[in-house]
Design a protein around this ligand. Sequence first.
Ligand SMILES: Cc1cc2nc3c(=O)[nH]c(=O)nc-3n(C[C@H](O)[C@H](O)[C@H](O)COP(=O)(O)O)c2cc1C
Length: 233
Amino acid sequence: MKILGVVGSGRKESVSGVHQLVTTVLENTNHDYTLVSLRGKKINGCIACLGCVKDNICKVQDDLTEIRSLIAEADAYVIGAPNYYSTFNAVTHAFLERWYQFRHQEGDTLWGKLGVAVGVGGTSGAFPADDIEKLFLYSFIETVAKVTGQGAASCFSCGFGETCKVGVPTLLYGEGVKNNRRYDSAGYPAARSDGSRRGRGLTLGERLRNGHDRQAVSQKMQQTLMQMFAESA
Ligand SMILES: Cc1cc2nc3c(=O)[nH]c(=O)nc-3n(C[C@H](O)[C@H](O)[C@H](O)COP(=O)(O)O)c2cc1C
């Protein structure tokens, strides 16, 4: 079983909470994995050219082109994104939007596979994790776990955090945050591995080891999507 891990953060590995959390989940699945970082990649959103409808292959040539085969061949996904303005960041959105190419006619390449949605925010990672779950659903991929953590907002390292009136340190902790222990961005407290994240990693690992029924998962996800449509109509 092969897992594709995707880090949607634009920041370096050493400071990215998404990188820490995605790799923590991957390492605890006890399966082989490939890790792809979207950092520095040029990936455009879908342009609705419909060039993919006959063969389920996107005709737009950019940095997604070489990742396509990894997406198609993976048995499961661990995808993480940072919280930007209470949604996931643009490159992760563009990356997942382009999975539209797999959805046409008998295009069941992704159907019934499993995924873990990872979100990290300066305050909360729930929004990006929910967004990834929704995009998984459109490909009939079951989200077996959502893993969220608090990373360091850029305000902790921009150099103006102590004086900026609209920065996260002031918004979270009030003025005079200087020398506050929480001002130290090196901790990434919630992005470190802990028991629950290991457990969630193992949840994916176990589901894959037990040999899940892709057809049954696919049907379940189709019903969930139809229900979502019905509720939002
Ligand atoms: C443009 C931008 C918008 C952001 N908006 C939010 C936000 O709305 N909520 C939040 O919790 N964090 C927000 N953040 C903070 C990031 O989510 C946080 O720095 C997180 O650690 C990023 O993940 P990374 O460390 O893997 O890059 C924002 C950061 C940027 C650069």
